[in-house]
Each structure stands twice: as C-alpha cells, then as structure tokens.
Design a protein. Structure first.
Ligand SMILES: [Zn+2]
Length: 103
C-alpha cells in the first residue's frame, strides 16, 4: 500500500486536465500542458537545460498508464511517452513546487 497514491486518477478530455483525488480527500487538477512542462524524462530535461520550450500545441494527453503503485506514465498526443510521474511529483506539480525539484 502506497500512502502517497491517490484514490482516483482521471484524465478529463473536456478540460484537458488530469484530475486526482488524494487519500486525504483533497483534489488536484493538472493541465496537459503542465504535465508536459514538467516532464522529467532525459530528453525533456536536456531541452529545458538549453532553453528549448518543450510545450507544443499538442500537449494534450492521449493516454495514462499505471506505473505499478508508484505513479503514472503519460502518453502525449504527439507520441511523446517517456514521462514518468511518481505521486509525490504530481503533488508537487499541483502545488506549483515542481520547479524546485526539476532544476
Ligand atoms: Zn519528456
């Protein structure tokens, strides 16, 4: 049992946002663009380090896959599928604290 794991993870196509309900009942909504901005895969990190904006007009999410009990993998509409998002990282993105973690 992973205490960080949310009760519910859903991608809402209409609002283009990931909606999470955490164990304490609080809710978070993270846009597809925010997920892409904070993608921590090696390719996106390298681009960010040289100042390339990784957000494209296709930052929509096409699929969300569970990564065991520790988080999710996000597949973007442009085919980018390297992003792994552990629960604490999603909490940080939702709380606008992800910049501290990724730099
Ligand atoms: Zn990436």
């Amino acid at each position: 049992m992973n205490l960080d794991a949310p009760h519910s993870v859903k991608y809402k196509k209409q609002s283009e946002a990931l909606e999470l309900i955490w164990a304490d009942g609080s809710k978070s909504s993270i846009s597809g663009q925010a997920l892409r901005r904070y993608c921590a895969c090696s390719v996106c990190r390298a681009k960010k380090q040289v100042g390339i904006d990784v957000i494209t007009d296709k930052a929509q999410v096409s699929n969300i896959l569970p990564m065991g009990t520790s988080g999710i993998q996000v597949i973007f509409a442009d085919g980018h599928d390297k992003g792994i998002y552990p629960w604490p990282y999603l909490q940080a993105i939702a709380a606008n604290r992800a910049m501290e973690l990724i730099n």
